[in-house]
Design a protein around this ligand. Structure first.
Ligand code: GLU
Length: 268
């Protein structure tokens, strides 16, 4: 009897403690929605961006600052969410690192040429698209390629975790050509492979290729597989996702995004 009583006493204590605990630590809903609060509390918006994509997110070697269209979007968001356009922290990402950085909470958002796909929507939230690009091919001028059709039997260099391989496979099937792939973790590695002849073409979005074209290479005129870029957040960050989407939609409607596209000369 004594034992039963003490068990009941302990249970009672547990329930009382649970009832007294702050709501945010006991309801999963508010925890899921808490990220916007967390950003406001921290006073800083942490964003993963590209640092090697001209006019989108590119490191200015003179100042060490990353600049571009996507960084301007970061500033606008920081101003709306925190009242200060400088209240942000940038983390350079690649196609391979951006998902994991978001997963482990090191960044609140990714604004880094992240293409919206049905598959990715199962893992992340994407805002309304703020830009549309298309996939292209960078080749050596001396190779004499003029278009995608010349890629039959060739080796294409693509980045891991990028949409490029699937995009090429689809268009190759449509054109009745066969290609093979070499996959790399980073874009500089693909460029090095192109320079040394290990791949015949470097394939990714035109905006990204723009950072790697030089005197000995050229971007082929063929563009395929539209790539819509969205601001990316964790699937359970409902409040942050909805706030960001509201701002992006507003800036698409009132011409702010269009102004930035003109400012950065984005006309791919
Ligand atoms: N935009 C494409 C993607 O999301 C290319 C990769 C990249 O953004 O680096 O897969």
């Amino acid at each position: 009897m004594k034992k039963v009583l003490s068990v009941l006493l302990v249970l009672g204590l547990v329930f009382t403690l649970a009832a007294c605990a702050p709501a945010s630590t006991t309801t999963s809903d508010s925890a899921a929605d808490g990220s916007l609060d967390a950003v406001v509390e921290a006073g800083v918006l942490r964003v993963g961006v590209k640092e090697d994509v001209p006019n989108f997110g590119l490191k200015n070697t003179a100042t060490g600052e990353i600049e571009g269209f996507e960084i301007d979007i970061v500033k606008l968001l920081a101003k709306e969410i925190l009242g200060d356009e400088n209240a942000y922290e940038l983390t350079p990402v690649t196609a391979k690192t951006r998902g994991p950085l978001l997963d482990n909470g090191e960044v609140d958002l990714i604004i880094a040429t992240f293409t919206i796909t049905e598959d990715r929507k199962l893992t992340y939230n994407f805002s309304t698209p703020y830009y549309e690009d298309a996939v292209g091919l960078l080749v050596k001028k001396e190779a004499g390629f003029t278009g995608l059709a010349d890629m039959d039997g060739k080796v294409i260099g693509v980045a891991q975790s990028a949409t490029s391989k699937e995009a090429v496979n689809k268009v190759a099937a449509e054109k009745g050509i066969t290609v093979s792939f070499s996959e790399y973790a980073t874009y500089p590695e693909i460029k090095a492979a192109l320079d040394s002849g290990r791949v015949d073409a470097f394939c990714v979005d035109g905006s990204i290729l723009g950072g790697y074209v030089d005197d000995s290479t050229m971007i082929l005129p063929d563009r395929f597989s539209p790539q819509e870029y969205g601001v990316t957040s964790k699937l359970d960050n409902i409040a942050l996702t909805e706030a960001v989407d509201g701002y992006i939609s507003g800036w698409l409607a009132d011409g702010t995004i269009e102004e930035l596209i003109t400012k950065w000369g984005l006309n791919y």
